[in-house]
Design a binder for this molecule. Structure first.
Ligand SMILES: Nc1ncnc2c1ncn2[C@@H]1O[C@H](COP(=O)(O)OP(=O)(O)OP(=O)(O)O)[C@@H](O)[C@H]1O
Ligand SMILES: [Mg+2]
Length: 361
């Protein structure tokens, strides 16, 4: 997958700008607070329909303006695609090849994107939410059925949790099995897909970690919850688990088991990186996981995703920078940094200098 160009209008600190991206590494460089990350963010937004950092779309609109507009033309295995997004205060319209889409699921999978920035350290160091988010963002791009199951699961889960707070216990116990039948169908899809993804990701991430650390650090990744069998079996077992825990859930007032509670264990050198890892270890593990994600996208979609590396070079020592760059062959990369020299080691790259929300030539 390759993005050929990106047009921004009233997006963040950009009034109007056009970026041309090349096949290999595209370096956005410039001083702090000039718009490098903003550009990277726009690219990821067109990949997933969400920003990697903004909670609300309205933050993306240039201050004082009413709407932002982003457009990208990309080319992949299945031909070219144009994606456009009009972003308003409280709504948006996304078009693919001129056709307005009704739901975000239809955007996913058009341009696959992997985003990595220093805050992805959260993946290793924060609570389970971050790791589930990683699984959800990645898998949603790879599989529409995952995304759809996830949206429906969350909706039913919300209703189930509301029900659990109801005082009419007779009604609660009568209604729970009805919700659970639906809930578990989607839960099984989520758990099944995650198991496949983690199974594929783990050995590749371990290999990337070994590469980045010259074999010094062993990385292990697995789910804290084991699901066995096919979707039907997972569904059946989840239903049993839920019904065995009605009392617990009623007492707690929420659903205390299911894929929304599962976690990903990340071990470096045999101990949990979140608890025992150094900052540098966590950083390298997060990078290894992201590089593995790029590879899994290739296996799943038949081509590499667009890789967005926001500000990661400054966080790595020279040896690791060099190694990282060696792993980017064939992957269109959008890389932001403040200095281009030391980062690039004479690679031929497309350099774009950004200052004050404008490209400087
Ligand atoms: N909605 C918005 N409207 C106008 N300006 C905005 C908006 N959102 C962010 N900005 C501005 O964009 C600038 C930051 O851009 P960005 O995060 O892309 O910087 P950067 O070049 O990546 O810098 P750094 O090297 O520090 O990461 C800030 O000056 C910020 O005030
Ligand atoms: Mg930045």
């Amino acid at each position: 997958m390759r993005i050929k160009n990106l047009y921004l209008k009233n997006f963040r600190n950009y009034a109007e700008e056009v970026f041309s991206f090349e096949e290999g590494i595209n370096v956005l460089y410039g001083k702090n607070a000039q718009g490098k990350t903003n550009c990277a963010e726009a690219v990821f937004y067109l990949c997933t329909g969400t920003s990697p950092r903004a909670k609300k779309d309205r933050q993306l609109i240039r201050a004082g303006e009413e709407a932002a507009f982003i457009r990208a033309d990309a080319e992949g295995r299945f031909g070219s695609v144009r994606i456009e997004a009009d972003i308003y205060e409280s709504s948006r319209e996304v078009r693919i090849n001129g056709q307005k889409i009704g739901k975000n699921a239809d955007l996913l999978g058009n341009i696959d994107g992997v985003f990595f920035s220093p805050s992805e350290l959260r993946l290793v160091q924060d609570g389970p939410d971050e790791r589930r988010r990683f699984l959800n963002v990645s898998l949603s791009q790879m599989s529409k059925s995952y995304y759809t199951a996830l949206v429906r699961y969350n909706r039913i889960l919300e209703q189930r949790n509301a029900l659990l707070k109801n005082r009419d216990l007779e009604l609660v116990f009568e209604t729970l099995p009805v919700w659970d039948r639906q809930l578990c169908r989607y839960a099984a899809e989520i758990a099944f897909r995650r198991r496949g993804f983690i199974g594929a990701l783990a050995p590749v991430a371990a290999e990337r970690q070994a590469f980045l650390t010259d074999g010094a650090e062993k990385l292990e990744i697995f789910s804290d919850k084991k699901y066995e069998g096919d979707r039907e079996e997972i569904e059946r077992r989840l239903e049993e688990e839920l019904s065995a825990n009605y009392e617990r859930d009623v007492r707690l007032g929420f659903t205390a088991s299911g894929p929304h509670r599962d976690d990903l264990k990340i071990l470096v050198g045999g101990t949990e990186a979140r608890v025992y890892g150094s900052q540098g270890q966590a950083r390298t593990a997060a990078l290894a996981i992201k590089l593995a994600e790029v590879e899994i996208f290739r296996q799943e979609a038949g081509e590499y995703p667009v890789l967005i590396l926001d500000d990661v070079m400054s966080e790595l020592d020279l040896a690791r920078r060099r190694k990282l760059l060696a792993r980017l062959d064939g992957v269109q990369t959008i890389l932001t940094c403040t200095h281009t020299e030391k980062v690039l080691f004479g690679k031929s790259v497309n350099k774009i200098r950004i200052s004050g929300g404008k490209i400087r030539r």
